[in-house]
Design a protein around this ligand. Structure first.
Ligand code: SF4
Length: 334
């Protein structure tokens, strides 16, 4: 299977008519300019120079509700990427948008430009949570948009957010099960963070909202990850990108942020995996084979999983075996 490379193009939200409780794009957008056409082509060319020629390459428009723009504006961006597709330099275009910005007319237009993946910010598939988050769309909107996207032959991504006001572990699992049922190929899982200058920040300061503690967010994500693995839904991201504003807390007020959030989740998943497989067996040594892509997570965040196993075995060795699936392991005990 070819390695996939992504060229990200950030399009700031221009005039989002909504105000989701957790979003501060409204403030950020005021200071951000949309990239000029020459900047976009320069970005693509620079990325391409550093990518292996035979890899699978995708341009991803992030940051805004792409299909919320007029068709003319969408086409201005897509006109820039089309020549790369036609020359075989890029394999696919991906974009993210809101579920209520999907219509047959929009999809027909995107098809002409070789868009392959459409990601929707679903966040929750419980109406009471969507309402409290001020998302401005319903669960039914996500369902209809998902059906249309698949019907028109696009791959579907559905992003979810955990720990929003009114959310619960059961509602998050319900959302994940709907994402699977509606045939999503991809997902992203974000824990809700309290970002300054948002409505959520106000609710938090008024003590009307309590964010998930970090360990709870990790536990929810670990169980969601397990569910998505079992149903072959590709997980593109767990946790927000640790931007400077989050790391130095100039933007972050509260919530389950950790620079290595994804590693914490993967490490917890492997700890569970080993516990289910190995249990409380003891011995002199254990040799564990894992896929090279997962070896660090299998050893654990700060070597936690290896240290746990060292309480049961005198010697713990990990070996790489890329014939194993990403989420599989084998072991022998002596
Ligand atoms: S998260 Fe909500 S408020 Fe923010 S840009 Fe997207 S739709 Fe608009």
């Amino acid at each position: 299977m070819k390695t996939h490379y992504v060229i990200p193009i950030f399009i700031p939200e221009k005039a989002c008519p909504f105000r989701c409780v957790y979003c501060n794009q409204y403030h950020i957008s005021a200071t951000l300019q949309s990239p000029m056409p020459e900047e976009i082509t320069k970005t693509i060319d620079t990325y391409l120079q550093h990518m292996p020629p035979h890899a699978f390459k995708r341009i991803a428009f992030f940051g805004g509700s792409f299909t919320g723009m007029s068709i003319d504006e969408q086409n201005q961006y897509l006109d820039l990427t089309l020549p790369y597709i036609e020359k075989g330099l890029i394999d696919e275009i991906q974009l993210s948008t809101r579920p209520d910005y999907i219509t047959p007319q929009i999809l027909v237009n995107l098809k002409q430009f070789h868009v392959g993946i459409i990601e929707l910010g679903a966040q929750s598939l419980k109406d009471d949570v969507l309402k409290q988050a001020n998302r401005g769309h319903t669960v039914r909107d996500v369902e209809v948009a998902s059906q249309l996207i698949r019907q028109y032959g696009f791959k579907l991504g559905l992003q979810m957010m955990i720990g929003l006001p009114g959310d619960s572990y059961d509602k998050a699992m319900f959302t994940a099960n709907k994402i699977i049922e509606w045939g999503a190929d991809y997902t992203r899982i974000y824990p809700a963070l309290v970002i300054k200058d948002t409505e959520l920040a106000q609710l938090y300061l008024n003590k009307q909202y309590t964010p998930l503690p970090l360990d709870e967010a990790v536990r929810w994500c670990m169980n969601l990850l397990d569910l998505f693995i079992k149903h072959n839904v590709n997980i593109l991201r767990i946790g927000l990108h640790p931007s400077e504003g989050l790391i130095n807390a100039t933007h972050l007020l509260a919530g389950p942020f950790h620079v290595s959030f994804k590693e914490l989740v993967l490490s917890a998943w492997w700890a569970e995996h080993f516990y289910k497989k190995i249990g409380e067996q003891r011995g002199n040594s254990i040799v564990i084979s894992v896929n090279s892509k997962q070896v660090n997570a299998a050893i654990g965040y700060k070597r936690q999983n290896k240290n746990n196993l060292l309480s049961q075995f005198k010697f713990v060795t990990y070996i790489l075996d890329d014939s194993l699936h990403m989420w599989e392991s084998n072991y022998t005990i002596h």
